[in-house]
Write a protein that binds this ligand. Structure first.
Ligand code: FES
Ligand code: FE
Length: 450
């Protein structure tokens, strides 16, 4: 694999088409990206009580995310210390102990090894084997932000808040709508015959596809605001570790604008006191509300609203992970996110809006998946090795941007209006950073706001 030439091409705003279906590129991504970035595993609300656990993966590594009797949540490598069996095979549950299916070694839910069958006969008892010195391997690094549990396989990865930088405010928009935080429902999981990068970069800022790919969804009135003109009125921002797009809202102030998309007053009050000032100004004064976003590499967010009946519009938030299976297959995990303190009636309406639009039965989702699986299929062919895809929207021939960054955009990061692949280039710049192993970009490379 000629990593250097791939990186040089990407940094000029072109994408070698085969990177969307190439085992050698995928191997490099495993080595360089997934082994040294913060990766989302689970949310604390998925394991609320002692003994609760979920099993989640990072590529081929399986982790048990378990809340111990002491109330602490741990991410434990799900591989038995004896001969390597996957200790826990259920997807979620509640237990005080995990017993390995192969020979029966038993671990407490904090990872400590406490039981070995025929301990005396097989190991000579305590004199022969120090059980208390053995424990399931913890994830090399774990960090929790807004209840979100992230792991890194590299303990020297810069701390997560440092990696996120300005994106932290947008993270609060999605995940901290009130003092009580959020609860998650799901995840729905499905396999998509597409490369993992396509979804991640789409959510980072592909506002250009909405009016075309999702035309039918706006035509039937489910999400009338997805029309072309409206998307053009939005913005794309990128702030350090992640970036996304915004939707323009109609006239009014913070309260009136949130009301039009279906927020009741008590929810608006809590948002007013929980969201950072930058987000409140973005909505209240700039009239922009964040929609889709991606934290590099593979965690995406979406906040939208849909008409769920003749008389009611409901907003919803969803979180999703693009979990690579191979260069040509991705497991999508899609969670519904809602403020814990919201009344049942709101949760129900919001859940309905989410289900109609996204998730395995969502109307937007079906449109997107068809595109992304087609790209992946042809990217695996011989001709794709000759083609460089255009990732330069919003740039002139001389690499100057078509338009200047927005000056009155209250959210962190650099923002552009109109259409452009600003964010895709920034996302790919992070990709290059890891693939090129820290080598700085050449002078002629493009990439806004670096
Ligand atoms: Fe787990 Fe033997 S592999 S007990
Ligand atoms: Fe889409």
């Amino acid at each position: 694999l000629d990593e250097e030439s791939i990186v040089a091409t990407v940094r000029k705003g072109m994408l070698p088409a085969h990177i969307y279906n190439d085992p050698a590129v995928f191997a490099a991504e495993q080595r360089s990206i997934f082994s040294r970035n913060w990766l989302f595993l689970a949310h604390e609300s998925e394991v609320p009580d002692p003994g609760d656990y979920v099993v989640r993966g990072v590529l081929d590594d399986s982790f048990i995310v378990a809340r111990g009797e002491d109330g602490d949540v741990r991410a434990l490598f799900n591989m038995c210390l004896h001969r390597g069996m996957q200790v826990c095979r259920a997807e979620f549950g509640n237990t005080s102990h995990f017993r390995c299916p192969y020979h029966g070694w038993t671990y407490k839910n904090d990872g400590r090894l406490i039981g070995l069958p025929f301990f005396k006969e097989a190991y000579g008892g305590d004199r022969g084997f120090r059980r208390d010195e053995h424990s399931l391997l913890p994830a090399p690094a774990t960090q929790v932000i807004n209840g979100m549990i992230f792991v890194s396989l590299d303990p020297s990865t810069p701390a997560l808040p440092e990696r996120l930088g300005g994106f932290g405010d947008y993270l609060d928009f999605y995940m901290k709508p009130g003092p009580g935080g959020v609860e998650l429902r799901g995840p729905q999981r499905w396999r998509l015959p597409a490369n993992w990068k396509i979804g991640a970069e789409n959510f980072a800022g592909d506002t250009y596809h909405t009016p075309h790919t999702h035309l039918s969804v706006s035509e039937i009135g489910l999400m009338p605001d997805a029309r072309g003109g409206n998307r053009k009125g939005g913005a794309m921002y990128f702030a350090d570790g992640g970036g996304g797009a915004t939707f323009p809202l109609g006239p009014g102030d913070f309260r009136q604008r949130l009301r039009t998309i279906g927020y009741p007053d008590d929810l608006i009050d809590r948002r007013e006191s929980s969201w950072p000032a930058s987000i409140r100004t973005l909505i209240g004064e700039n009239g922009h509300i964040p929609s889709a976003a991606t934290i590099f590499p593979n965690l995406s967010f979406l906040h939208l609203w849909a008409k769920i009946s003749e008389t009611r519009t409901a907003p919803f938030t969803t979180l999703r992970l693009w979990q690579p299976i191979s260069e040509r297959e991705t497991e999508v995990l899609s969670w519904f996110v809602v403020e814990k303190e919201a009344p049942e009636d709101f949760k129900k309406a919001s859940y309905k809006a989410y289900q109609m639009c996204f998730g395995s039965s969502g109307m937007f989702e079906q449109d997107d998946m068809e595109n992304w699986s087609s790209i992946t299929r042809v990217a695996g062919g011989a001709m794709a090795r000759r083609l460089e895809l255009n990732n330069r929207m919003g740039l002139l021939e001389n690499n100057e941007p078509v338009a200047r960054p927005l000056t009155e955009f209250a959210g962190p990061g650099v923002a552009y209006g109109g259409f452009g692949e600003f964010n895709q280039r920034r996302w790919f710049e992070l990709w290059c950073r890891d693939i090129a192993d820290g080598r700085p970009p050449a002078k002629e490379a493009v990439g806004e706001g670096r």
